[in-house]
Design a protein around this ligand. Structure first.
Ligand SMILES: NC(=O)c1ccc[n+]([C@@H]2O[C@H](COP(=O)([O-])OP(=O)(O)OC[C@H]3O[C@@H](n4cnc5c(N)ncnc54)[C@H](O)[C@@H]3O)[C@@H](O)[C@H]2O)c1
Length: 89
């Protein structure tokens, strides 16, 4: 995660999509990115995660990463990087 943050800073990446930020790994990642003033959006279907894990500064889109209707909600957004954490443990 430290390397990830280092690269983002080095490349001046600002807008980050983190999938699965209601879960164990994604919530820590989203929290660290928010703390460092990145603009973070997450998609999570809450299948195993909890909404309260998502930092309040993160824009939360509730739904499945596979759902075209959810992906369509990203149409007007621009991301410098996508970190795909959503998945089954
Ligand atoms: N936790 C570990 O030690 C570990 C180690 C290696 C790899 N991984 C992998 O990393 C990923 C995340 O692990 P975790 O421990 O944070 O799991 P987690 O279950 O705590 O978090 C996964 C999050 O993704 C969400 N999610 C799942 N499927 C989704 C979908 N189709 N669309 C939107 N959201 C979806 C869940 O609701 C949850 O919030 C998993 O793929 C896991 O196999 C985890």
């Amino acid at each position: 995660m430290t390397q990830c943050l280092y690269i983002f800073k080095k490349l001046n990446l600002v807008n980050i999509l983190v999938t699965g930020a209601a879960g164990f790994i994604g919530s820590v990642l989203a929290s660290n990115l928010s703390r460092d003033n990145y603009d973070v959006v997450t998609i999570d279907n809450l299948s195993t995660g909890y909404e309260e894990n998502i930092p309040s500064s993160v824009e939360f889109i509730r739904g499945d990463c596979h759902d075209p209707a959810i992906i369509a909600k990203l149409r007007n957004k621009r991301f410098d990087a996508i970190i795909h954490i959503a998945g089954q443990s």
